[in-house]
Design a binder for this molecule. Structure first.
Ligand code: ADP
Length: 162
């Protein structure tokens, strides 16, 4: 497998995402972590902040790059001449949506395959939403996200409170 796109909102990137990125980097020659611009409207962190956090957390993985994309994911995959889409599966609750998306993407562009990777068991309960909820109550989230991500999330939440 040569080039993979790992799309998502990554608001913020957490250890479950990182686990999936590490697995994809072992399987593929290159992995593009792609932040969906259409999911950015309601995001806590700006795209630039999210790119910075992902670049910092994946600096040890030379196969990994980070960018933003607009429009349909399948169009971006083709534009990038990528071979597949990587998605993470945490639980059965992810399955229905992911299954629907993968089949719709295949319907739109028959050459685009989706590969599902499961994280290490210790990360299956992690989601960006839950991390933001915990951080909003003033609790430390450094067990789940990088120091850089934690600082950015705390700063944004403090600004929101004002
Ligand atoms: P979304 O695209 O739904 O906004 P995210 O940006 O949070 O989701 O996640 C991007 C991808 O990472 C999705 O495929 C999602 O299923 C996966 N993912 C999210 N959290 C985890 C986790 N804890 N373990 C494995 N994969 C995850």
């Amino acid at each position: 497998m040569q080039k993979a796109i790992y799309p998502g909102s990554f608001d913020p990137l957490h250890n479950g995402h990182l686990d999936v990125i590490g697995r994809a980097a072992r399987l593929c020659d290159s992995v593009v972590v792609a932040i969906a611009a259409n999911a950015s409207k309601n995001a806590l962190l700006s795209t630039a902040e999210r790119i910075d956090i992902i670049k910092n957390a994946t600096a040890h993985l030379p196969e990994v790059s980070v960018t933003e994309f607009e429009g349909l994911l399948v169009d971006f995959v083709i534009e990038q001449k990528a071979d597949c889409i990587i998605r993470g599966l945490r639980a059965i609750s992810d399955f229905e949506y992911e299954f629907q998306m993968a089949l719709m993407n295949r319907q739109l562009r028959s050459t685009v395959e989706t590969i599902f990777l499961m994280p290490s068991q210790e990360y299956i309960y992690l989601s960006s939403r839950i991390i933001k909820e915990i951080a909003a109550t003033g609790n430390d989230v450094r067990d789940f996200i990088s120091e850089k991500a934690a600082v950015a999330v705390e700063k944004k939440l403090a600004l929101k409170k004002k």
